[in-house]
Design a protein around this ligand. Structure first.
Ligand code: IVH
Length: 662
């Protein structure tokens, strides 16, 4: 292959990887691998200026533009940062900086490079007006409603701030703890394992429903103020952001030489594993804004900043075997059992292989020697096979035909990569299913936790959720460590859960793809269990919040005789299986609403009539007494006022879903 061909090949690989990373939130290669290929391309392009192309990945910021969002052109383009993994290049960077500004000393500000999603916040008249993603650097997606759900982002600036347009850039991220919790939830409720905090944060910002986004635990660090004038310095700007109540990372350092910069990089590398959020390096910025302006930029990145990236820690170890785990939703996941090895401060014995496509992509066989990395991920990951070390005799990893726990034949949906066990009686699923059913957001059975569920299963007193409602106090008292009083409490809390209603019941059943929002919408729409039993897939699709995938899942669920039997058993035990619209069909009784802007389908009068029918009082002006603002396109001063007063703002779609209007 000649250089020209290699350049073209690299451009193609990198474009595909960029698209996958920014658009689908899934990286086909590690960051380090991406950076290595980008570097190879840059070197080749430098040697061959004749093949220059403005559209090359070396000249362009990767794009994360998504469909369905309003595009907003950035006043100041959102550029990337030049990355490096070597100290030598940090020194080169310093040399280039000092060549351009020889007369004075250069001071740097070092900040951790947060592994999240870049965000641009615009304030006008001291109020947050728009939030935009980086997009392709020139245009971004408007995600203001989702950003408003982040409690740490100020909606207004302090009074002593000038009322001029004020633009702040920063990083939206998810802490490691929140990611692990949310991943646990996602795996349990949706059967979907998440890749890493960055992709999860990025996906959360692109949710179409701000109520869903509000459930995602996102955080923010502000790191930049953008203005036309180059006065002052970056450090003071960070302090200014801090004073304006923006969350600013307290981990930051000034450095007067490259040696100092490198010391900071090394020091923080040691802290890395203990920080509550993921960082992938250090951003090194020239402090003086005048000097920044003098240094200028290339098409892709400013010349006053460089990111020193930490190498993903990688070690080799042996893949001893692969076991198969069954999750609550029955998804069978291959898990690598590794020869224990030290990595990033912990001993790694296991690594998830995500799914069987991943096994195939890696070309894994047992007992291969593999490279394990903990770079951008919290959860260790096998990144490659060390083929030179492959022993003579190895065996392939074959997806099991039957459930490793209960033996039932596994099935696979065409468009999905997951193999799953559809046996809801499978012991691997039963315990988790019962816990989900009893969880707070579902039937909220206070005294039924993991220990009791295990004991009850072992004692053979329950096999599924319906058995809970047939438990007798005497049976419980027979159990070890179960006094009369606690047995009575358990019975009482089970009894108390009977009245939760159809929405909570539907969520608690753990039907695939049916989260809380969908469960509520279904309950409002169908109202009784019998109507759900009778519904066709078409009728499910006609319900609000239900797409084809969910409809199919619902139809499968309600047509399975085992599920119907279980539900009938729940109903016979006195569990409420229908939905009461609160207050005799007037769910909005006692509330005062204001309507503003142009709604997508309803006219003003129509909207008023719908709200009034549901019991709301509709008023013309926003005041402290306003309960909700129904806002459409081009909403003006009423929206501003509502935001200032902290009044909840909803869309026509929200109202439709709350009122169960298809
Ligand atoms: S400054 C010209 N500071 O890294 C870019 N960026 O690879 C000015 N990032 O898009 C950005 N932590 O999303 C800056 N402390 C930090 C950062 C940071 C993370 C991200 C940011 C940027 C990306 C570039």
């Amino acid at each position: 292959m000649n250089d020209k061909q290699r350049i073209e090949e690299l451009r193609k690989i990198l474009r595909t990887a960029n698209d996958a990373y920014y658009r689908d939130g899934h990286s086909p290669m590690s960051d380090a691998e991406f950076d290595r290929l980008l570097r190879e391309l840059r070197d080749l392009e430098e040697a061959h200026p004749e093949f220059d192309e403005p559209d090359s990945p070396t000249n362009r910021v990767g794009s994360d533009l998504a469909t369905g969002f309003k595009k907003i052109t950035h006043r100041y383009p959102m550029l990337s940062i030049q990355n490096t993994y070597s100290e030598e290049e940090v020194r080169d960077f310093h040399r280039q900086v000092t060549e351009k500004i020889p007369e004075t000393e250069v001071e740097y500000v070092c900040e951790p490079k947060i592994d999240g999603v870049a965000m641009c916040l615009v304030y006008e008249n001291r109020k947050l007006t728009v939030a935009v993603t980086r997009g392709d650097g020139v245009q971004g997606d408007e995600v203001t409603q989702n950003i408003r759900t982040l409690k740490t982002i100020p909606q207004t600036l302090p009074k002593d701030f000038p009322a001029d347009r004020f633009e702040v850039r920063g990083e939206v991220y998810m802490t490691k703890d929140n990611f692990l919790k949310f991943n646990e939830y996602s795996t349990r409720v949706f059967g979907k394992e998440l890749q890493n905090p960055r992709n999860t944060a990025s996906g959360s910002l692109k949710l179409k429903d701000p109520r869903e986004a509000a459930l995602r635990p996102l955080d923010f660090f502000a790191y930049n103020i953008l203005t036309d004038d180059a006065e002052g310095n970056h450090w003071d700007n960070l302090e200014k952001l801090d004073k304006a109540k923006f969350p600013v990372n307290s981990l930051r350092a000034k450095a007067r030489s490259v040696d100092e910069v490198m010391r900071v990089c090394e020091k923080w590398q040691k802290l890395r594993d203990d920080l509550p959020y993921m960082i992938d390096g250090v951003v090194i910025k020239v402090n003086s804004l005048k000097q920044q302006a003098a240094l200028g930029r290339t098409a892709k990145s400013p010349k006053w900043v460089i990111a020193y990236k930490y190498k993903a820690e990688a070690v080799e170890t042996v893949l001893e075997s692969v076991s198969f785990q069954v999750g609550r939703t029955g998804v069978v996941t291959p898990v690598a059992n590794l020869k224990p090895v030290h990595l990033g401060g912990t001993v790694v014995k296991r690594a998830t292989l995500h799914n069987f496509d991943e096994v195939e992509r890696l070309g894994l066989r047992v007992p291969d020697t593999v490279t394990v990395e903990k770079g951008g991920e919290i959860i260790p990951k096998i990144t490659s096979v060390v083929l030179e070390k492959r022993p003579k005799s190895t065996h392939a990893i074959i997806p099991p035909k039957s459930c490793p726990v209960c033996g039932e034949a596994l099935s696979k949906d065409e468009e999905e990569v997951a193999w799953r066990c559809d046996n809801l009686q499978c012991p691997a699923q039963v315990q988790r299913a019962i816990l989900h059913f009893a969880a707070r957001g579902a039937m909220n059975i206070e005294n039924v936790g993991p220990a009791l569920v295990d004991t009850l299963l072992e004692a053979g007193l329950i096999r599924d959720v319906s058995d809970l409602y047939h438990l007798k106090q005497e049976e419980l008292e027979q159990l070890e460590r179960m006094a009369e009083k606690s047995a009575a409490n358990v019975i009482a809390s089970i009894e108390g859960s009977k009245a939760r209603g159809l929405d909570r019941l539907l969520f608690g059943l753990g039907i695939r793809y049916v989260g809380k929002t969908t469960a509520s919408a279904l309950a409002r729409h169908f109202k009784t269990l019998d109507r759900l039993f009778d519904a066709t897939p078409e009728e499910f699709v006609a319900a609000p919040d239900v797409g084809e995938r969910i409809a199919q899942s619902l139809s499968d669920y309600f047509h399975d005789p085992k599920n119907r039997k279980r539900l009938e058993r729940l109903r016979d035990a006195g569990v409420k299986t229908d939905y009461d619209a609160p207050e005799g069909g007037q769910p909005l009784a006692g509330q005062t609403w204001v309507i503003t802007g142009t709604l997508p389908t309803w006219g003003r009068d129509e909207a008023r009539e719908i709200l009034e029918k549901a019991g709301a009082k509709v008023s013309e002006s926003v005041s402290k007494k306003t309960t909700m603002l129904l806002a459409g396109e081009a909403a003006g001063s009423k929206l501003d006022k509502a935001q200032k007063l902290g009044i909840k703002i909803v869309s026509e779609k929200d109202v439709r879903s709350v009122l169960g209007l298809a």
